[in-house]
Design a protein around this ligand. Structure first.
Ligand SMILES: [Zn+2]
Length: 64
């Protein structure tokens, strides 16, 4: 009576198993979960113009 439920990964839309076997459900992988949460952007690149804080004490290198 085990029915495997398949869902589309919200990030890459790949069919993935929605079950306790899949710890990243409803995502297909840890990577897709992190991408959805936006955590990947913190490590890979900084996007100019989207500073989170209004810090007046910016380094000179931030002046584009
Ligand atoms: Zn995915």
């Amino acid at each position: 009576m085990t029915k495997v439920i398949m869902v589309a990964c919200p990030t890459c839309h790949k069919q993935t198993e929605f079950s306790p076997n899949n710890r990243w459900r409803p995502f297909c992988s840890e990577r897709c979960k992190l991408i959805d949460l936006g955590e990947w952007s913190n490590e890979d690149k900084f996007i100019p113009g989207q500073s989170i804080t209004e810090d007046e004490d910016k380094p000179d290198s931030w002046n584009f």
